[in-house]
Write a protein that binds this ligand. Structure first.
Ligand SMILES: [Zn+2]
Length: 435
């Protein structure tokens, strides 16, 4: 029988992460006789713009062919693996593991909702009960059900990349024994097929995390075979590698911004794209953040380009009132100090307006700029005294620095789901939505 398994919220600030639990489970699954993987293990990132989320907001899932008689044994085994892996601490994880034997378009819709908006636990529970999804909550609460259910709803992924994760022993602490030179070598060798390893402008290593989790390094690619070569290379170099896994994932696809919304329809914590006209020139906020207003036929919204987005923040300064744009990002709720705000993650400049500047005419005799001689009296030159009614104002069309196109943040500001520059052109389906 075909079986979908989803897991979420195993993370703990003291050093466990859901991807590692996924690696433990994959290992256990490989030992089960007669079981086959119908696809890679999945790492599914969900809406990055909701407030109470686990770091990275990722869940894992498996798509398997399992002999019927193994089913109960499998459930017990996997539940006990998660229980043993859990680290109980102040931020109490609420891990949930789900098992589902069917397929349902309702699950797919649930995934799409969890990717782009805020879904409630009660909605997840209702859906699980309606579809007969078996689920086990292994902590005090069941919050992990949302991610676990969404993760199985994401299968099969339509747009995806891959990530190789190498782990050290979870008890090991301190600096990771990964030489940045190795990462640069990988980046050079497989350029255009790997991404988000290194931010060359800030010279920051992106592939190596800093938290207490057991991840040594994560390498992202559009090709899993390249990742297998990378794994062999890194395992030979670094003695700390204890486990590894390659996930198929929605990371790097920009899929969370696929939904185009009218401004009047956006809700707090949505991830979406809106299209409209810049209705106020950029203003620079304290801290260097740039704010514009964008208007469509349904309303107007503040859009903020945070300083942290680097290149995107610098580009936003060149926008002008009247420019046609599409902006994608997360909706921040209104507060006493600001209204509903879109935090911009991607900008598409559709069309720039021509900026016309109008000057008083120059004096035909001495080329000095003339002054108005009064209403309907023409102009007079303050230098030589020449007067005329037959001179016209000078109109200058300024060149715009900003050109139509897609603008992205600096790599340091990439989020898991952001489509990186290197992947532009691999599949631009989502960009056609940024109209
Ligand atoms: Zn003059």
């Amino acid at each position: 029988m075909r079986l979908l398994i989803g897991i979420d919220d195993v993370d703990s600030p003291r050093g466990m992460c859901t991807t590692y639990a996924g690696a433990l489970i994959a290992e256990a699954l490989r030992e089960v006789e007669g079981l086959s993987f119908l696809d890679y293990p999945f790492l599914i990132r969900l809406n990055p713009n909701i407030p109470f989320k686990t770091r990275g907001n990722g869940a894992v899932a498996f798509y398997l062919e399992v002999p019927e008689y193994h089913y109960d044994y499998l459930k017990e085994t996997l539940v006990s693996i998660i229980e043993r892996a859990l680290i109980r601490s102040r931020r109490k994880p609420e891990p949930v593991i789900v098992f589902y034997k069917g397929t349902s378009s309702k699950l797919r819709r649930f995934y799409e909702k969890a990717l782009t908006s805020m879904v409630t636990l009660s909605y997840a529970e209702r859906l699980a009960n309606e579809l007969g999804v078996e689920y086990y909550a292994l902590g005090k609460g069941g919050r992990g059900l949302i991610g676990a259910l969404a993760a199985i709803g994401a299968i099969p992924l339509r747009e995806y990349t891959f990530e190789l994760l190498l782990y050290r022993s979870p008890s090991k602490r301190g600096r990771r024994a990964i030489d940045p030179k190795w990462i640069l070598e990988i980046d050079r060798k497989y350029r255009d097929y790997v991404f988000a390893n290194f931010d060359f402008s800030s010279k920051r290593l992106l592939a190596v995390p800093h938290g207490p989790d057991p991840v040594l390094v994560g390498i992202r690619s559009v090709n899993p075979l390249i990742l297998d070569e990378v794994r062999i290379f890194l395992t030979a170099k670094c003695g700390d590698v204890k486990k590894w896994i390659i996930y198929k994932t929605n990371q790097g696809t920009g899929v969370h911004l696929k939904r185009s919304l009218k401004i009047a329809a956006v809700k707090p914590y949505d991830s979406c794209t809106i299209s409209g006209v810049v209705s106020s020139n950029p203003s620079i906020l304290k801290g260097g953040h740039v704010k514009i207003k964008v208007r469509d036929d349904s309303g107007e919204i503040d859009c903020v380009f945070y300083k942290e987005t680097g290149f995107l923040n610098r580009v936003a300064r060149f926008l002008k009132q009247g420019d046609r744009v599409a902006v994608g990002g997360g909706i921040r709720p209104a507060s006493s100090r600001h209204g509903l705000t879109l935090n911009v993650e991607v900008l598409r400049v559709v069309e720039t307006v021509k900026i016309r500047k109008v000057y008083n005419p120059r004096c035909p005799r001495c080329k000095h700029r003339m002054k108005s001689a009064g209403r309907n009296k023409g102009y007079k030159c303050p230098k030589c005294g020449f007067k005329s009614k037959n001179v016209r104002k000078e109109v200058v069309v300024e060149d715009r620095i900003l050109e139509p196109g897609v603008y992205l943040p600096s790599p340091i500001a990439y989020r898991h789901l952001s489509k990186p520059k290197r992947l532009m052109g691999w599949d631009v389906k989502y960009l056609s939505n940024l109209h």
